[in-house]
Design a protein around this ligand. Sequence first.
Ligand code: HEC
Ligand code: HEC
Ligand code: HEC
Ligand code: HEC
Ligand code: HEC
Ligand code: HEC
Ligand code: HEC
Ligand code: HEC
Ligand code: HEC
Length: 406
Amino acid sequence: MWPAVSAWAAPLNTCAECHEMLEGQTRGPAALFQVDVHSKRGLTCADCHGGDPAAQDPTLSMALEKGFVGRPARQDIPGFCARCHADPAFMRRFNPNLPTDQYAKYLTSQHGKANAAGDEDVAVCTSCHGVHGIRSAKDPLSPVYATNIPGTCAVCHTDADLMKRHGLPVNQHWDYAHSVHGQALLVAGDRGAPHCASCHGSHEASKPGAIAVGNVCAQCHSLSRDLFAASPHKMVHEALGLPECEVCHGNHAIQKTSDEMLGTGPESFCARCHEPGSKGFETAQAMRAAVEDLKARIQGAEESIQRAHHFGMDMEDAEYTLHEASSRLTQTRAYVHSFSIEKVKSVAGEGLAHADEARKAGEKAVEEVYFRRKGLWVTVALLGIFVLALIAKIRSMDKKGPTHSG
Ligand code: HEC
Ligand code: HEC
Ligand code: HEC
Ligand code: HEC
Ligand code: HEC
Ligand code: HEC
Ligand code: HEC
Ligand code: HEC
Ligand code: HEC
């Protein structure tokens, strides 16, 4: 159906020569094609479109007998690209490290399935990669470079008319862009933060599905996920078909967390489901109390160390201990996902011990200052007594003075 792959070695390119002289859309890709990754690897028009790139006569060069396919129909584009990209033997000649599974994955995606059913709205290869100006995914100017992906998906997924035809909401990009993840990637440029394809996959893009959501998040939040997986909540979620992390954090609009989300206050997640008096409710309260207790003790330790600093004391060791206490506070917050008060208290307990040690070190340093000051006064007093005694001695010598000299 498609032209033979071996055509890529053709020495002439009458296609480009003639098309550069044309007007409008048929002029084709002349300028764009120079930056195209295919052009840079020495591939020509005919490698994709077929035809005879040595013939000057357009009826010959673009002859169907020469395998010319012209402009592929939208539905055929995945197969058009896959001719090379799903051919490992061919691709290896250029880049043995480039995966050749994009087409296979695409067929499993919601886009691929709908495309196969003749849907013209869904993404095909060129919707995400462009055409004639295709760049490596590692090129920051590529539409599939990490920071550009949300915008690339949003072209369709914020199009209300288009999405209405498919019964899908259009809030994902807006919610994501304002989430802790979107802010980290799009504003702070942190490429460790997820984009649409980190959670949905790119070629295989589909809904993560209720149970698999935790796996998606676990790529980056493995501690939270491991604790959750061993918790009593895990079974509850499975039994009720609740998505693991989403139930509390949401999916696109995930926000920075706070201690208010824990416990039973108005912003708490826990009180949404647990009635006063239930074990879940009490556990939530106890967990929040453990966090608040540790916070208060860390603050006490901080103040104690600050006071010592005012007196110019070196508090490096205590600061290290304080740092340990703070890192236990961070861990305690993650241990919320164990849904076990024993586990939370055990981590928080280590933090309390560190905080108390740091506070005591601060207090001891201040005491030392006072002690030294007391010591100084004693020295000054002794010195004063000594000086007075000396003066008295000199005076008494002065009184005796004249009798000797006479
Ligand atoms: C001498 C000029 C000339 C040469 C050589 C030539 N073309 Fe064309 N091509 C045209 C013109 C004019 C059109 C628009 C009219 C038409 O569709 O026939 C066109 C149309 C096309 C289209 C769009 C077809 C569509 O279905 O919309 C493609 C793709 C194309 N050419 C690719 C090629 C390739 C690949 C080669 C080389 C193997 C080539 N052309 C050689 C002049 C040329
Ligand atoms: C990597 C494969 C690839 C290469 C290489 C390639 N094209 Fe295309 N071309 C396509 C695809 C795919 C389309 C269909 C785009 C669409 O329908 O959105 C297309 C469409 C076209 C069209 C129809 C008008 C348009 O812009 O949609 C013309 C004309 C054309 N190509 C000419 C060329 C010429 C001339 C070259 C070489 C300078 C070339 N192409 C190189 C894949 C390629
Ligand atoms: C819904 C958008 C989308 C569609 C459709 C799509 N891609 Fe991609 N593609 C991406 C993204 C995003 C990347 C960046 C790497 C990643 O996250 O997988 C990528 C990367 C690639 C790469 C670089 C190597 C790799 O696998 O990482 C190739 C080659 C590629 N795509 C080819 C294709 C082909 C061929 C098709 C059609 C069968 C296609 N893509 C369809 C979004 C898409
Ligand atoms: C004639 C064979 C052929 C066809 C057809 C083809 N490609 Fe390629 N493609 C290649 C080769 C070869 C490379 C270069 C691989 C390398 O050296 O890294 C490449 C590279 C790419 C890359 C860059 C991969 C990366 O991130 O490094 C993308 C993206 C890509 N192609 C997408 C497409 C899309 C989309 C289509 C269909 C419109 C297509 N290709 C059609 C052969 C082809
Ligand atoms: C060319 C337009 C277009 C682009 C670009 C596009 N999509 Fe889609 N997407 C659609 C359409 C249309 C559907 C609905 C398909 C259907 O009816 O089943 C869809 C469906 C989906 C679904 C499945 C939703 C569900 O409830 O089944 C996910 C997930 C998805 N897209 C993610 C992405 C991601 C991630 C990207 C970017 C990497 C992207 N899409 C780019 C048009 C697009
Ligand atoms: C942190 C992970 C994550 C990121 C990032 C993410 N999604 Fe989602 N997305 C999800 C989850 C989880 C669901 C719900 C799936 C389920 O319930 O099975 C979902 C659902 C969807 C759906 C189905 C309709 C709906 O809203 O429920 C579409 C379409 C979609 N996402 C597109 C996108 C697009 C476009 C982006 C980028 C702008 C994106 N997603 C970013 C996790 C994510
Ligand atoms: C590709 C990695 C990645 C994936 C996948 C991911 N995250 Fe994140 N997440 C991050 C990074 C990085 C941050 C920190 C952002 C910042 O504040 O700079 C973060 C922050 C968070 C925060 C805020 C943490 C805080 O300290 O307040 C929550 C909650 C969160 N993610 C939940 C999730 C959930 C739930 C999922 C799955 C639906 C998920 N994440 C998927 C990387 C990821
Ligand atoms: C989406 C609803 C929901 C949310 C939100 C929720 N839980 Fe639960 N939780 C349940 C259900 C349902 C059970 C099982 C029935 C029960 O024990 O109440 C459960 C069980 C528990 C258990 C085990 C109780 C036992 O009997 O052993 C603990 C502990 C718990 N949850 C703590 C929490 C904490 C802490 C939070 C807030 C961080 C929270 N839950 C948020 C629904 C929820
Ligand atoms: C029942 C509600 C609930 C569920 C389910 C839940 N979390 Fe949390 N999560 C919380 C609460 C409450 C906090 C805030 C704790 C605090 O700051 O005191 C939090 C904090 C976080 C944080 C920031 C603190 C840290 O651990 O670094 C991340 C990241 C996070 N959750 C990820 C996840 C992931 C991933 C999942 C799924 C495996 C998940 N959460 C499931 C309630 C939940």
